[in-house]
Design a protein around this ligand. Structure first.
Ligand SMILES: [Zn+2]
Length: 444
């Protein structure tokens, strides 16, 4: 499916290694333990078949009757080939220029000296590098430009061979399709005189739409399919940006595929929560990256969520007040206890807003995350009535937990939001007081 030219050129293979792997990388069986991370291999294809022949070969595995020839052939069997960067040129010395440019990127290390460079006559330390983070073509291009090595770099995304799990496959294909568009667009912006913001819209006659239509034709997909893929790829790129860690491996793990819906809903949460879910999946704490109501981490993307949470909390408390009139004794006392905590949370939030101080640093122990989460998860008293009380508390206290971080991030309320917050918080306190004062209405 990849459209590669048959001309000569220079290329970079971008690999990802999910876990530390010991690999014998030559015929003598020389071993090296490669830590997990991103790996880049520089090569040139100047013989028959050109870039197309060489890069097609690199994509194949030993199972495809490939004979090992280069160091990178051994490495390739263990790592995921994610991207191919290439430029068309008849000058093979670009291979060494590219290797030197890569070795100068921040954080680059040489895992094995002279790996892939045993016949290099240009004194490159290696043609194979490790990077802590996903490499960016933009940074690499800038590095080349600073050395006046202007060669147009194209990017292709590699789809690994099909395996049993079609759902992980399908999602990865969708991501690669979307990335193709994003990459073509990224490439087109510097070449045009239009502002980057003009490239966002896919409306008819806009430049981005014209690029999209070229890809639709090239890839033989429909426009709506591409549009969804662009949305999905943008989402995944945000997660990659925020989580860094091997998030791509987690999202497209064939053994434990994540759903599209889970990925999309994760992207709408705060960056801290994204890292929390992704790391949780990496460490086997959760199965899904989908945000869960029990997540205790910071999760306010914009201040507007605060009044909206408070309004929902107020609704739950009002319903609780009605339901309690027919509730049993243990439900009543538990309902009162939770309402009291709601009232104290609302009061604290109010105080924090008034003084613009971070109430989180002064959150008393009984409103602390650890203690309250165990209360909220406890199953001592069950039923719809108590469910309402727990929901109200969860929604109220979350604002308090997030407050300090919100202020730190500059998520401050507008005058209108501030007024709504205070009004809702007052009503929560009034309703909670009513609940706390409820007499035993239940008569045995
Ligand atoms: Zn070299």
């Amino acid at each position: 499916m990849i459209l590669l030219p048959q001309t000569s050129g220079v290329y970079i293979l971008v690999f990802h290694l999910a876990k530390a792997t010991s690999i014998a990388f030559d015929r003598k069986g020389t071993q090296h333990s490669f830590p997990p991370g991103w790996y880049l291999y520089v090569g040139s294809a100047c013989g028959a078949g050109g870039l197309k022949g060489r890069l097609t070969r690199h994509q194949r595995h030993i199972g495809d009757r490939k004979r090992f020839h280069w160091h990178v052939d051994y490495f390739r069997e263990h790592a995921l080939l994610c991207e191919i960067w290439y430029g068309e040129t008849a000058h093979s010395e670009f291979e060494h220029h590219w290797a030197k440019a890569l070795s100068d990127l921040v954080g680059t290390t040489v895992p094995v000296p002279k790996f892939g460079a045993s016949d290099c006559g240009a004194q490159c330390p290696s043609h194979f590098f490790q990077l802590p983070d996903r490499p960016s073509t933009a940074t690499f291009r800038a590095k080349l430009a600073s050395r006046h090595l202007s060669l147009k770099i194209l990017v292709e995304f590699v789809a690994e061979p099909r395996n049993k799990n079609e759902s992980a496959r399908g999602l990865q294909d969708e991501y690669l399709l979307g990335r193709r568009f994003l990459e073509v667009r990224r490439r087109s912006i510097p070449e045009s005189s239009l502002e980057p913001c003009k490239w966002v819209s896919l409306a008819k006659r806009k430049p981005a739409r014209q690029l999209a239509e070229q890809i639709v034709k090239q890839m033989k997909v429909s426009f709506p399919t591409l549009k969804e893929a662009i949305e999905f790829a943008t989402t995944v790129e945000t997660l990659v940006e925020n989580c860094r860690a091997n998030v791509l491996q987690i999202l497209f793990d064939p053994h434990r595929p994540q759903g599209r819906k889970a990925i999309m809903s994760l992207s709408r949460t705060s960056d801290i929560r994204q890292r929390y879910r992704v790391n949780g999946v990496i460490h086997g704490l959760f199965r899904s990256v989908a945000p869960h109501s029990d997540d205790t981490v910071f999760d306010t993307v914009k201040y507007g969520e605060v009044p909206s949470r408070l309004a929902r909390a107020r609704g739950s408390l009002e319903r609780l007040l009605e339901l309690l009139s027919t509730a049993g004794e243990n439900v009543l006392s538990e309902g009162r206890r939770l309402s009291r905590l709601c009232r104290l949370s609302a009061q604290r939030l109010d105080g924090g807003l008034m003084n613009r101080i971070a109430p989180a640093s002064a959150v008393p122990r009984y409103l602390g995350k650890e203690i309250l989460m165990s209360t909220l998860r406890s199953e001592a008293v069950q039923g719809r009535t108590i469910g309402k009380a727990r929901q109200a508390l969860r929604l109220t206290v979350k604002n308090l937990w997030d407050f300090e971080e919100m202020m730190r991030r500059g998520l401050v309320p507008t005058a209108e939001e501030l007024a709504t917050t205070r009004r809702e918080s007052e009503q929560i306190q009034t309703t909670a007081r009513k609940i706390e004062c409820q007499e035993h209405l239940f008569v045995r």
